[in-house]
Structure formats: C-alpha cells, structure tokens
Design a binder for this molecule. Structure first.
Ligand code: ZN
Ligand code: ZN
Length: 416
C-alpha cells in the first residue's frame, strides 16, 4: 500500500510543503519547501541564522535524516521557496531533483545568487529539468508533470501512479490568471481515476478581492495615469505575468519600466525559455542600477518595480510629493513583514506619496476551488487532503458535501 506522510504545509500554515510518498521500497518527496513563519519564529537573517542541520530538525523545519534515508527522487512543483527552500539540506547524495525547465532556471539562479550557510550544499543534487506531460518512472511509482497556472512560470501539478491507486498533487494553482494550460488537469484526474487529491487552500477563510490580471491592469492604469511623480510597483520578482501587465501599463502611459536586482536575477535566468514571452532586459525593462541617476532627475517618466517593501530604493530616490506606491503582491500578514511594511508606509507618508493595493492572487479563490474540485465528486471513494492553508477546518466544511475531506497532521501517514 502506498502512503503519504506530511512533514510540512499542514497544521494551519501556508507553504513549507514536504510530502513523502512511500510505495513498497520506493521513496519520493513531493516538494521540499521552507516554512517561512516557522523559520522566523526561531531565526533571523544575519543576526540569528541557523548553524546546523540539527537545529533545523530541532525546530521542526525538516524531518529527522532517517526519514529521508534511501530517498529515490524529489519532485518540485514550482520555484517558490515554500516549495523548494530546503533542497540544499537534502541528506541523500546524488538524489535526482525533477522540476520544470523554468523552475530549474529560477531555482538555480537564486541559489547561486544567495549566500549559502556552512551546512548547505548544491553539488550533491542532480537537477533534472522536464516539460509538461513528461512521465518519470521511479521504482513502483510514475510521476507525471502537468503545467498549471500560478504566479510564477514553471508551475506544475503532479499526477502520481502508485501500486495502490492514483494521486493528484496540485502544488499551488489558480485558474483566473492569463496562462491557460493545454491540458486540463482535472479532466486528466477524472480520466486517471484518481483516488487521492492533495489540494492547496491558501484563499480559504481569507478576505479575498477576486480580481483578474485584466482588473489589475485597468486599476493600475487608472491610478498611475493621474500620477505626476514616480510610480513604484512592489511585486514578487518571479511574477512574470504581473511584470508584463506593468509593461503594458507603462507603454500606455509613456513611461519606462526599471527593475531592481531580484527581478533582474529572474529575468536573466528565464532568458530564451520557449513560450514564456518574458520581458526582455534592456528593451522592455531597464536595470535600476543603469538608470538610477536619470530616474532621480525625471521620476515622472518611470515605473520602478521593486520587491517586498524595499525601503532602500524608496529612500535613495526620495520620490517627489505626488508619487504613487502600488503594492501588487499579497498583503503583509506576519508580524515581521507587517512591521517592515509599516516602516515603508511611514516613509511614504513623510514623503507625501499615495499608496494603493492592487493585486490578483496567485492562488485559486474559494469559488474556483469549488468549481474545480466539485468536478471530481463522481470519482469513487475520493479523498481530498487540504494543505497550504490557515483554515483546513473551513476547507472541510465547504467540501465535505462533495467528497471525503481528511485534514492531514504532521508526521502522520495516510494511505493513497
Ligand atoms: Zn506555496
Ligand atoms: Zn507558490
């Protein structure tokens, strides 16, 4: 009997997914993510960083090394740290790590760009980039990658065939974005007679403003067309769809787009990846460091894309009164990020800038989850396990009428 054991992404947390699938002697990991809020509870960047793998185990960020002993492969759904962030401490030498081509480019570039701690490694991993539809056979399981829409390129759901039935792991996904996958993963799940679904529930129990990317473009155009100073858009560096939206807004308003370092890392990594239409550096978007002086002289001619409440550029540029700041990512909800955001807001107020929140979620809204998952209700004996949500109980209340909902508990095993 194949079984799933959850070591992260459960217990009311968003992200840090770590799902171990064992089928006879075959052992594979589905995502090996970093639980950011747990990390922040015990550590702090630079001042109180973890010193060893043992410390990570002690605070519960990764399982005991014996759990992953003999691991055959690791499958990463997409290049967000809460899904791949712990791969540098995977214990097995030479373990193949499968992921989409764009995922591989982004993860590789990010891991190389950041300082590694003494106990972190990269050279012991064998990255295996794959394309949508690719089936990987490992021992008694077959893992199939199927592209899904999410707020970063290279996002996949995994359909896993085991000796006791088929499993669908959705990773992070939405259907309201601009990317429309060629294969409908829910249709495929019906075809494959899936028995178990592991589904994200990020937006369950949250106050959602269910905007589309088009709504974001319209609102941004409306607000920024009245802006006489610098326009600052704060957004996630991997969100290429959003960057394309910003480029369209900028071109309509006759402004140029400048991007800061973390955006540059992603754009350089994705250069030349087929079918992504990534904005090109030097043409569609300019590097902030190349135009800093010009931007200071003529702020009304630019949209500056920065990431995560970056005070450094805002202070360095001292935007003139009448400048506009747009938060175009999720709202800060954790104490530490909230404090950083308040600090930025204080500066914006001091400088006489306006601030707006214009965002379309990277995750399925509750109505989308209901629409997608209810299609599977005809599957015999279907069991759905919610992960990546602060409100698994609410998830259960919404979906228990369609199928069996089992709330996974950390360290507990469930039959597939
Ligand atoms: Zn996630
Ligand atoms: Zn994600």
């Amino acid at each position: 009997m194949a079984r799933l054991t959850f070591y992260g992404g459960v217990g009311g947390v968003i992200g840090g997914n770590q799902i171990l699938l064992e089928d006879g002697s075959t052992k594979v990991l589905l995502d090996y993510g970093l639980n950011y809020s747990l990390w922040r509870s015990y550590f702090e960047y630079i001042f109180a960083e973890p010193r060893s793998v043992e410390e990570l185990v002690m605070v519960g960020l990764i399982p005991e090394p014996e759990v992953l002993k003999g691991l055959d492969a690791c499958f990463i759904t997409h290049p967000h740290g809460d899904h791949y962030g712990m791969i540098t401490v995977l214990p097995e030498e030479g373990v193949p790590v499968y992921m989409g081509e764009a995922s591989h480019r982004i993860i590789d570039a990010r891991l190389k760009a950041r300082r590694k701690r003494r106990f972190e490694r990269l050279d012991h991993l064998t990255f295996k980039p794959v394309h949508s539809g690719r089936r990987i056979h490992v021992g008694s399981v077959t893992v199939e990658f199927q592209a899904v829409d999410h707020s970063i390129p290279g996002s996949y759901a995994l359909i896993v065939e085991t000796s006791s039935g088929n499993l669908l792991y959705l990773g992070d996904f939405r259907t309201h974005g601009v990317f429309k996958p060629r294969t409908d993963v829910f249709e495929l799940a019906l075809d494959r007679d899936v028995k178990t679904v592991v589904c994200e529930g990020t937006n369950i129990g949250q106050l959602c403003s269910p905007l589309s990317e088009r709504n974001v473009e319209d609102a941004m155009t409306r607000i920024l067309s009245e802006c006489r100073g610098l326009a600052i858009v704060d957004m996630s560096p991997g969100d290429v769809d959003r960057l394309r939206t910003v480029c369209r807004v900028a071109s309509n308003l006759g402004r140029a787009v400048a991007v800061t370092k973390r955006h540059v890392t992603v754009l350089e990594a994705l250069e030349g990846v087929e079918g992504l239409a990534t904005p090109s550096l030097g043409k569609d978007v300019l590097k902030y460091e190349d135009v800093e002086e010009e931007l200071r002289r003529n702020p009304s001619e630019y949209i500056l894309c920065t990431s995560f409440y970056n005070l450094r550029e805002v202070k360095a540029l001292t935007p003139p009164p009448g400048s506009v700041y747009v938060l175009s990512s999720s709202e800060p909800f954790e104490e530490e990020t909230f404090i950083a955001f308040r600090r930025l807001q204080n500066w914006l107020n001091l400088l006489g800038a306006e601030a707006y929140h214009i965002h379309s979620s990277g995750h399925a809204y509750p109505w989308e989850l209901r629409k997608c998952l209810s299609r599977l209700r005809g599957l015999d004996g279907l069991k759905v396990l919610p992960v990546h949500t602060e409100h698994p109980e609410t998830f259960k209340k919404i979906f228990a009428r369609f199928f069996d909902v089992v709330i996974p508990v950390k360290g507990v095993s469930y039959d597939v």
